[in-house]
Write a protein that binds this ligand. Sequence first.
Ligand code: PMP
Length: 555
Amino acid sequence: MSTALIIYGVGSLASVGVFVKVKKRLMLSKAKHPSLRGHSRMSQRFARLVPYYEFDETNIFRADGAPAAIQQSRATGFARLQTLFAERCPQSIASTEALKPAISDMQFTAAYRVPYPFSRFVRERLKVGGVLQAASGVKVTDLDGNEFYDLTGSYGVNVFGTDFYRDCIEAAVQAARELGPVLGAYHPVVANNVARLKDISGLDEVSFHMSGTEAVMQAVRLARYHTKRAKLVRFCGAYHGWWGDVQPGVGNPQRMHDTYTLKDMDDDSLRVLRSRKDIACVLINPLQGLHPNANAPGDSTLMASDRGGHYDKQAYTAWLKQVREVCTARGIVLIFDEVFMGFRLAWGGAQEYFGVKADMVTYGKTLGGGLPVGVVCGRADLMKRFRAERPADICFARGTFNAHPYVMTAMNEFLTRAGTEQMRATTYNGLDARWDGRAAQLNERLRQANVPVEVANLASIFTVKYTKPCRYNWMLQYYLRAQGLALSWVGTGRLIFSHNYTDEDFEAVVQRFVAAATSMKEDGFWWARDGATNKDIKRGVLREMLAAWRGNSPV
Ligand code: PMP
């Protein structure tokens, strides 16, 4: 063969290689969600550029150009809430304010309850107590003795009601007393937990960790170890804890190189999974079924009324089945992250509820029976942390407090009590119908009250949506609080009901919810200029940012 021919051959091969590389790169770009959320690096850069500006007493109630009468009505409503909170919750507020300077998390959550241009004005006046003294049934009690219906769900831990977990912990303390907090060796109750978890997950082995974040870290590390591939796939908007690799965008100062964030429920993403050889695992958080491709919906990002939320079980099930198929075909480890949704949808979790089998499942939150925990269940071949034939090539995982005796006994109480035939039947039989019916009941009453609010739900997880363009929707969280409904710091983006809510409890929430929305409407917060759209509002916000850049006042 002549040299020229060899050079030509090598050249052609190289250009084929380049072509394939470029094609794969384009395919990957196409599988990214067009929003900033879908572009981690760009969103980090953008976040660094967003300038601070704020509304003050002269313009806080006219950010949307409302006429003077509406501004006055808003100001009066706001002042009424301010007085109400101050008079009703003095001790709760005082102790919260005393803690705030020393607890960074409190400062953060206080600052991010509402969009930042409104935040300072609001948090200095509408002070919210963050200290509670008691909980019972579906209610919590603050330091001043005020009772609130608990819609926070303790970050999702609270599936069965606070009393259930209190009982689990009390029994667990008794059960662990003899051994005490001895670590390293196992409490005998671990055998029962392992047997039950194997049964629930349908998987072979179990590992114990201290939080959901660590469970996810471990599952991904094992997937990388066994597949010898680096990349993890998460779907746009999905939360999997605060480990860097699963949080590659805003919130993480580092650039993550081994994470692909792909569009949820989209064929372009399946094409990427089908064509690439570098993907170790795909993480699924089933909660995304309620808002595919969107971040956890907090009120601090509620600039306009375009919060989505719609759960289509059939469509999401079909999607998960497709992901399962392509993962099987490509040797990609499919991880269901059930830290949040585990035990809420079905005893067998998302695997049972959607009828899709995962290779690994992470659990946490509720499974600890009220104490902190993370768990990975997986196929035996994926859970192995060493290779007999390569003894130095191990996959390390420890954690001082893993399998802590008190956590293990609390988990045992949880699994034993929640796992009875009767408890499973009352919790899971007719679950969708019950909660869809309750969401419909709330929506109907909101419609009757003619307020621009509705809810969407995935079982007992609700999100509040706003049906009329408006910049002040985040005020609803304070009107709800005034009606005795306790929300978490993310506000109306996520209401988490525990399953011990009776129809009467729910009806009480409906009444208070409607009263809150009605009051907010009467105070003029949902006033809108004729023909206003969400797009107009967002354009206006952008104009304010540009003005702030130039050092001008926003309005
Ligand atoms: N995965 C999911 C799906 C979660 O919702 C969470 C917590 N909200 C985590 C992981 C992290 O769990 P933890 O907060 O216990 O670290």
